[in-house]
Design a protein. Structure first.
Length: 276
């Protein structure tokens, strides 16, 4: 099974995507399964993991309703507010849908990422770790220290780092991102998505070789059994089309990788992680 492990759908009229405005014309329109499915067919992908793009339970309900109608949606990663006492009630409601496969924590949007270390948040996350819920972790590279400390407090988390922790590709800076990501690999339940890197580069002037050191580092420290390909479509359209995102990853892979490693990266690991 070939899987795109990270992409989004949205309907602008729903009005809970505060970050998508007319000032971002490439994204300020509806993106729905009918737009992506021809590209999946072109590249022989069986389906995708749709990840929440708005911090509302209503948006999770919306993408679950899309999943009910589209076989190409293999799983939905939804949103919960772990600071609210009723988050578990929403979780139990979502998990009645067999395509609900996990939740995402949007650390990136927090003005102070140390909030994830507050006892109520840690305790809530520990509860999801206890039952093996897959958790996507979205952060910027300057928030990795707090994420690392969170993992020390919830060491059994079944988690995946979205967008490779958003290294500073545009500035060609490796540290402290590289060292912190290596520390994170010490937690065996954590995986990493090769996704979203293209929008961390210069959108108008990136070159394929800009991504090589970052992809190589991720593959070196996580290995072939803990990485997943994700397009981050349609956000990727700010800098590249779907074909480019696939090609950038393929060109950055180790020459010695064979069919077994490719099968893990492009589907096997996502199928296992999200319990499809």
């Amino acid at each position: 099974m070939k899987i795109d492990a990270h992409q989004h759908y949205w309907k602008i009229a729903r009005n809970d995507y505060g970050w998508i405005t007319p000032d971002v014309p490439k994204l300020y329109r509806n993106f729905l399964p009918g737009d992506l499915e021809p590209l999946l067919a072109k590249h022989g992908l069986d389906g995708t993991i749709v990840v929440q793009a708005a911090p509302t339970t209503e948006e999770t309900e919306f993408i679950l309703s899309l999943a009910d109608r589209h076989a190409s949606i293999l799983g939905v990663v939804g949103w919960l507010d772990l600071y609210q006492p009723d988050h578990r009630r929403h979780y139990e409601r979502f998990r009645r849908n067999p395509k609900f496969v996990g939740i995402r924590i949007m650390i990136q949007d927090m003005p102070d990422s140390s909030r994830i270390l507050e006892p109520p948040f840690v305790e809530a996350l520990r509860g999801y770790a206890d039952v093996g819920t897959p958790v996507d972790l979205l952060m910027r590279s300057n928030q990795l220290e707090d994420v690392l400390e969170l993992l020390r407090r919830v060491p059994h988390l079944r988690g995946v780092i979205d967008h490779s922790g958003k290294p500073r590709v545009r500035d060609r800076v490796m540290e402290p991102w590289a060292g912190l990501m290596a520390e994170i690999t010490r937690f065996p339940g954590i995986r990493c998505k090769l996704s979203g890197l293209v929008t961390e580069a210069d959108p108008a002037g990136w070159k394929p070789e800009d991504f090589q050191p970052y992809v190589s580092h991720v593959l070196d420290i996580f290995g072939p059994n803990r990485v997943m390909f994700g397009s981050d479509w349609p956000v990727c359209l700010l800098a590249a089309d779907y074909d480019d995102c696939l090609e950038l990853v393929r060109k950055s892979l180790p020459a010695e990788w064979g069919n077994a490693e490719l099968a893990r990266l492009f589907g096997g690991n996502a199928k296992e992680f999200y319990k499809l």
